[in-house]
Design a protein around this ligand. Structure first.
Ligand SMILES: C[S@@+](CC[C@H](N)C(=O)[O-])C[C@H]1O[C@@H](n2cnc3c(N)ncnc32)[C@H](O)[C@@H]1O
Length: 211
């Protein structure tokens, strides 16, 4: 259902600056790229024209994936679509130079598990590029985010406006090397605060114990 309205809901924000924020983030993409939860494919045409060899996109929602397929032609490199979720990526360890997630970690069931998977599939020194709306610093707005999240997640594809995603990133096996805070223009106040930046996979990543 969300897929039908998704591009229309975001249109004003994209035109008012979100699209340029996406482009600036994706300028850091290199080599073999995995984009998780690619939605309708709004990022595909914004990857840089040089330096990206192939783009694998994961999108578990078939309605989103149908729209995504329509945007594959605009990408600057070959695109492969897989239906996998970010918690269980069907790729070997150290398979990608870059992993991208935009407006994803608000929607997944467990962001920490997804970030552990991101670290696993990244090559050492590989980069995770993120752009996410997050919990507000302002206590009043954060309270509204808490109040409205139970309803919002039902109508907006499991989107949680109140997540402290930067703290989750810092607690993950990735090392945050750059982050800027800003706002998603023309977005509803509870989904306006955003972070964007880069995290790196260190040379060795602790694997969870199986004992
Ligand atoms: C808010 S949309 C963002 C779409 C796109 N990344 C963008 O920037 O416009 C969230 C997307 O994440 C997908 N998604 C939700 N849970 C997921 C999961 N566990 N793994 C991968 N993708 C997921 C949804 O199907 C949806 O397409």
């Amino acid at each position: 259902m969300l897929a039908i309205f998704y591009d229309r809901v975001l249109q004003a924000s994209e035109r008012a600056g979100l699209r340029e924020d996406r482009r600036a983030l994706l300028a850091h993409a290199r080599g073999e790229v995995l984009e998780i939860g690619a939605g309708t494919g709004l990022n595909l045409a914004l990857y840089p024209r040089t330096g990206v060899e192939r783009i694998v996109v994961s999108e578990p929602d078939r309605h989103m994936a149908r729209r995504l397929r329509g945007r594959v032609g605009g990408a600057p490199a070959p695109v492969e679509i897989v239906g996998a979720g970010g918690e269980d990526l069907p790729f070997g360890d150290a398979s990608f130079d870059t992993v991208v997630a935009t407006l994803l970690l608000c929607s997944v069931a467990d962001p920490a598990i997804v970030l552990a998977e991101v670290a696993r599939v990244l090559r050492p020194g590989g980069r995770f590029l993120f752009l996410e709306h997050v919990r507000a610093h302002d206590a009043g707005l954060a309270r509204w985010q808490d109040r409205l999240t139970p309803l919002w997640k039902v109508v907006a594809g499991n989107c949680h406006p109140n997540r402290s995603t930067l703290a989750t990133l810092r607690a993950s096996p990735l090392v945050v090397i750059d982050v800027t805070e800003g706002r998603i223009p023309k977005a509803a106040p509870i989904v306006r605060p955003r972070i964007a930046g880069m995290a790196e996979r260190p040379p060795t990543v602790e694997q969870p114990s199986t004992i």
